[in-house]
Design a protein around this ligand. Structure first.
Ligand code: TYM
Length: 334
């Protein structure tokens, strides 16, 4: 099996992508495609672990693909496809279900969060979701996986599964152990309403997040309403760390202005939050609204998006089938 560097990552088509997805994942996807071979997947099989209205799911797959393209992913450089169109994901997931351990899955914090208090009512798919994620990565023998910090535990599990497979089937180094690529300061963009929770598609209030499709007016309103502090902006990181909403706004601003966190803090020290918010809204509007407009434009030609997915699936399937042949052989399947 080849040991060349290969990037794989996925995004769930479960509604509007937001600033957390953009800074934590998509921007990194785009910069990686300049350096390495990359495969980016719209993970529709992951989405259905929680019930999705079929019409919405169909539209969301196209919209997530449009968001990939609008942020700068290039189908001539990266393979872009939807997960369910390559059946190898489901096949390898089954094999890995038999390698992964119940005890490992029981430790997954995201399942605990998503299943809520009544775990008995969660789908079996939601429980074994991390095994499918391991299958996504290992199906391509991917070596690097750009994600936000919330996916770190799932990636550690993928490494454990890869290691156990290699040991159980006596094939040292068969699956590479995938390395997470997690950007430092922006690995966890927080909700604009509660700095202790990550920005998420599933939080009820739309004021908690900046969506890629928000217009200038919406961005202005959301940033104005974002929780901050009645004091002026402190000049020390240690003090800011005790004010998570404020730290989040400064972190986003520093990332969007390509400046270090330290420099941004010293630039803002002693100023009112209204000053930071005004500047932050300006940079957000100039970076995000062109992406939103491009998404809308791309969605006017759905057949073009479908065509990109189809071509991507064909390329992904060739790699997947070749790897699966070897995997089946290792397991002893005929
Ligand atoms: P998903 O769809 O929830 O999120 C897509 C990507 O966005 C990142 N992200 C964030 N980063 C920073 N701050 C936030 N507030 C924030 N919210 C989301 C996520 O970490 C992710 O990188 N299980 C994955 C999808 C997946 C996958 C894979 C990823 C399926 N198979 C294989 C990598 C490799 C998920 O639900 O991401």
């Amino acid at each position: 099996m080849s040991k060349k560097k290969l990037v794989f990552s996925g995004v769930q088509p479960t509604g509007n992508l937001h600033l957390g997805n953009y800074l934590g994942a998509l921007k990194n996807f785009v910069s990686l495609q300049k350096k390495m071979e990359c495969i980016y997947c719209v993970v529709d099989l992951h989405a259905i672990t929680v019930f999705q209205d079929p019409n919405n799911l169909h539209d969301n797959v196209l919209e997530t693909t449009a968001s990939f393209l609008a942020t700068g992913l290039d189908p001539n450089k990266s393979i872009i496809f939807n997960q369910s169109s390559v059946s190898g994901h489901a096949e390898l997931a089954w094999i890995l279900n038999c390698v992964s351990r119940i005890g490992w899955l029981n430790r997954m914090t995201q399942f605990k969060d998503k299943a809520g208090t009544d775990k008995e009512k969660a789908s079996v798919g939601l429980y074994i979701y991390p095994n499918l994620m391991a299958a996504d990565i290992l199906l391509y023998q991917a070596t690097h996986v750009p994600v936000g910090a919330d996916q770190k535990q799932h990636l550690e599990l993928s490494r454990d599964i890869a290691q156990k497979f290699n040991k159980d089937f006596n094939c040292k180094n068969f699956f590479p152990l995938p390395e997470p690529l997690i950007s430092k300061n922006i690995s966890r963009i927080m909700s604009l309403r509660d700095g202790t929770k990550k920005m998420s598609k599933s939080e009820e209030s739309d004021f908690s997040r900046i969506n890629l499709k928000d217009n200038a007016d919406e961005i202005n309103k959301k940033i104005k309403k974002a929780k901050s502090d009645s004091d002026v902006i402190p000049g020390e990181l240690k003090v800011l760390e005790k004010k998570p909403e404020s730290l989040n706004l400064i972190t986003i601003y520093s990332e969007l202005t390509n400046s270090s966190l330290e420099k941004t803090i010293s630039e803002m020290a002693g100023k009112e939050y209204s000053h930071l918010k005004k500047k932050l809204a300006e940079v957000l509007i100039s970076e995000i609204t062109p992406v939103g407009k491009e998404i809308q434009k791309l969605l006017e030609d759905k057949s073009h998006i479908k065509n990109i997915l189809k071509k991507g699936s064909e390329k992904a399937n060739i790699i997947a089938e070749e790897n699966l042949k070897n995997i089946r052989e290792k397991v002893g399947l005929i």
